[in-house]
Ligand binder design. Structure first.
Ligand code: PMV
Length: 312
């Protein structure tokens, strides 16, 4: 069933993607697009089914090319100490894949919860997040840890990775009123590993130049905390617009994202930017509640899929 099962949350990054990999602040919030998983014991084998993504895998048999999905689920079973048990893992995603909305982390969290429940393995929320982080490393290389944190805790946060200490700084954020958000999907898969790699190369070739861009984005994220606290949507929108300019400077935007950003602004959005890894994937626009429907329908008229949601 759609409603049964254990949940991992999808997410949007409001401000601070990419610079968050370099120890700067980012603001992220859950979206109602989540992933559910159910695990049931069976006689033989470990089977993974994701009907909506057309995935059917037998994890207990060797594969010619091990996918990152296969590797992640195997790692989860191993860490929970149930790799020798037979089980059927079923996953029901409501987050579109490879769209910068955190689907891989949400999937890992949902499967960890469901597998732990099935075999009565005790695991804390922090351990769930840490294990999902190790899964993200398989798919992404050098994740900041923001995706697994959001997927686990599912509430708006200010996040900063702290390399000196093992655990990140996580601060809960509150808004006096819901913040309406339109999500636009570019229809092009985002390859977060590629865009993160591209930024890394640029940074290695010219650390000072890129550190200064990361610090500017950091200032926007910190100003965003204040804007959220006041419920100041116009200020938040302006910060998002400037952030989009800086993400553009990092060359992680795309033709479709730029198109969606322009459509959003032309139709009354207070701010619009890509969200997540970029290079495709998703963008977000902030607007007054009475503008979201016309922004979304203009995006749909141009051929894009959209979701309307809010941060609360
Ligand atoms: O594309 P997503 O949903 O995995 O978001 C990636 C966010 C980045 O800041 C680009 C990478 C990271 O690990 O924080």
């Amino acid at each position: 069933g759609e409603s049964a099962g254990d949940i991992g949350y999808g997410k949007i990054i409001l401000l601070g993607e990419h610079s968050v990999v370099y120890g700067r602040h980012a603001i992220a919030a859950p979206i109602p697009l989540d992933i559910r998983a159910e695990v049931k014991p069976q006689r033989d084998h470990i089977d993974l089914m994701i009907p909506r993504w057309g995935v059917e895998m037998r994890l207990s048999e060797p594969e010619p090319a091990i996918s990152s999905l296969h590797a992640s689920i195997s790692l989860i079973a191993e860490r929970l100490g149930v790799a020798d048990r037979a089980m059927r893992i079923e996953v029901f995603p409501r987050v579109p894949r490879a769209n910068g909305l955190g689907a891989s982390a949400a999937l890992a969290v949902a499967v960890i919860r469901a597998m732990a429940r099935c075999f009565a393995v005790e695991i804390s929320e922090r351990e769930i997040s840490n294990l999902a982080f190790d899964c993200e490393k398989i798919a992404h290389g050098t994740p900041s840890g923001i995706d697994n944190t959001l997927a686990t805790f599912g509430r708006p946060i200010l996040f900063r990775k702290d390399s000196a200490r093992a655990r990140p700084d996580i601060r809960d954020l509150a808004t006096p009123r819901p913040v309406p958000i339109v999500i636009g999907l570019s229809g092009v898969a985002t390859l977060t590993m590629q865009t993160v790699g591209h930024v890394r190369t640029a940074w290695q070739n010219n650390p000072q130049r890129y550190e200064s861009i990361f610090s500017q984005i950091d200032e926007l994220a910190l100003a965003g905390v204040e804007a959220l606290r006041k419920g100041d949507l116009a200020e938040l929108g302006e910060l998002m617009n400037i952030d989009q300019g800086l993400l553009n400077a990092l060359q992680v935007s795309s033709r479709e994202i730029e198109d969606l950003v322009q459509i959003a602004r032309r139709n009354g959005a207070l701010g619009a930017k890509l969200t997540g890894g970029g290079g495709g994937g998703a963008m977000i626009a902030v607007a007054e509640a009475d503008r979201t429907e016309s922004i979304a329908s203009a995006m749909r008229a141009a051929g894009y899929n959209t979701f309307i949601t809010e941060i609360r």
